[in-house]
Write a protein that binds this ligand. Structure first.
Ligand code: BTN
Length: 146
C-alpha cells in the first residue's frame, strides 16, 4: 500500500493534467458547412436543449431561401469531451424538414468541427411517391467566429 501511493499520485496528476488540456467543444456560436450554409446556435440550456437559426446555401425546391428556425438537444455529461447532438430544421420557405445528428469534435489543430449526418424529408402529394421523399447526406461544420 505504501509503495502504491506514489504511483497512484503520479497517475492521478497525469490524468488530471490531461483532463485540463482537452479543449471544450461547444455548440454555441456561428457555423458554416461544406455547402456554404450558415447556422447560429444561440444558447444551450442546463438540460442541453438549444435553439438557433439556419440559412441554407442550397435547396431542393425552386422557392426563395429564407432563414429557418432550428431546435436541438445535446448530451451534457460529455460537454467537456466532444458531445453528441441532434437538431431539426423546420424550413420556413418549403414543406420540408431536415434532421441532423452529429458530434462536436476538437481536431488535431485544436479547432472545433461538427461532423453531421442528415435526413431531408420533402412533402410529396401521395403515398405512392413516398419512396422518393427522403434524401440523406453528411455535412461538416466549422466555426465562423470564435
Ligand atoms: C428544402 O430544400 O426543402 C429545404 C432546404 C434543405 C437544405 C438541405 S438540408 C441538408 C443540406 N445541408 C444544408 O446545409 N442544406 C441542405
Amino acid at each position: 500500500m505504501v509503495q502504491a501511493t506514489p504511483f497512484l499520485l503520479v497517475l492521478f496528476l497525469a490524468l488530471g493534467a490531461q483532463g485540463l488540456s482537452v479543449k471544450k467543444c461547444s455548440l454555441t456560436g456561428m457555423w458554416i458547412n461544406d455547402l456554404g450554409s450558415n447556422m447560429t446556435i444561440t444558447t444551450v440550456d442546463a438540460n442541453g436543449d438549444f435553439t438557433g437559426a439556419y440559412w441554407t446555401a442550397v435547396s431542393a425546391t425552386p422557392k426563395e431561401i429564407e432563414v429557418s428556425p432550428l431546435l436541438g438537444s445535446q448530451h451534457l455529461p460529455n460537454q467537456l469531451n466532444q458531445p453528441t447532438f441532434g437538431f431539426t430544421v423546420n424550413w420556413s420557405f418549403s414543406d420540408s424538414i431536415t434532421v441532423f445528428t452529429g458530434q462536436c469534435f476538437v481536431d488535431d489543430d485544436g479547432k472545433e468541427v461538427l461532423k453531421t449526418m442528415w435526413l431531408l424529408r420533402s412533402r410529396v402529394e401521395s403515398i405512392k411517391s413516398d419512396w422518393k421523399a427522403t434524401r440523406v447526406g453528411t455535412n461538416i461544420f466549422t466555426r465562423l467566429q470564435s
